[in-house]
Design a protein around this ligand. Sequence first.
Ligand SMILES: C[S@@+](CC[C@H](N)C(=O)[O-])C[C@H]1O[C@@H](n2cnc3c(N)ncnc32)[C@H](O)[C@@H]1O
Length: 331
Amino acid sequence: MAPGAAGAADAGAGSDADAVRATWEALTDVERTALAVVFWRARAAETVTDPATGAPLFSDPLAAAAVARCIPAEAAAGMEARNKAGVDRIGWMGVRTGEIDRRVAEAAAEAAAVGAGAGAGAGAAGAAGAAEAASTAVAAGAGAEAPPLQVAILGAGLDARAWRLAWPARVAVFEADTAPMLALKRRVFAGFGLHPSVAARREVACDLRDTAALASGLAAAGHRPEAPTVWLLEGLIGYLTRAEALGLLQALWRASAPGSRAVVTAPPSEGDRREAEAEGLELHHSTFEEAPETMERARAAGWEGRIVSRDELAARYGVARAQALLLLRKQ
Ligand SMILES: C[S@@+](CC[C@H](N)C(=O)[O-])C[C@H]1O[C@@H](n2cnc3c(N)ncnc32)[C@H](O)[C@@H]1O
């Protein structure tokens, strides 16, 4: 995927139909997948509930704002129609979003605890993690100076976690995507008037196939490889070739202090590809494979970890389809 021209996607973050169409048309096919995701996420936020409590699985008002400002009415209608064709994309995205919220919180708590145990001093991005356990670890391990914790969202698209999750003080979130996507996000989210819920949010505009550019972009944004990082790759790795994905996973491992974690969604499978073809739906992925193949690649890059399978997630949340997650760690 070639990142588009910086600034082109800035065109029209307003709600007028022409501006919305200009925004949509300025993006590449792969960048536009972030808008499809946010469409399903906005719908899921309205409807998908936690089976254990009956409460909404998550809330994401920025997703609805992004839909209104970036997706032309006819494209939105097409997406809605695809859900009605019998494939529960709303449930799929709801489970993916809610489960990743939970897994990122766990990973942040674990990474913060490791950082506290290592006696790390305060840095660019001190944090207690995203759960009570993390706050406890920080209080016990670092006194007044919280240990550094960094969360890096790669292929961030319109992910609103830096705004909508209840982060404790002093987490830094790094968001990497193409320059046009980051510019679009800045305009759309700023226009909505919410402030990030993290102490620091930093952007890294780069092509994620270029690991040297990612490393220098992270360094320039203040990322510190000696402090634990929680990496989130949601809906990204399938857009890379197998070799590019291996290179990225290796680069992340190198940039990770012990105690770092990664949460990675598996690419679509060959079955997903056949299903999409049967629907007449064009996918823009480079890799189609089962989660164990992706996990082999992560292990080859140095990561340890496990898979949360699609069947496990579908059964836990009572949905027809789910996307496998890889939960990775560096000891
Ligand atoms: C399916 S969207 C997922 C967005 C976000 N993670 C979410 O779940 O809401 C894929 C995102 O990855 C980004 N992306 C894909 N390939 C990329 C690359 N080579 N370099 C930078 N960003 C890339 C796209 O621009 C897009 O924002």
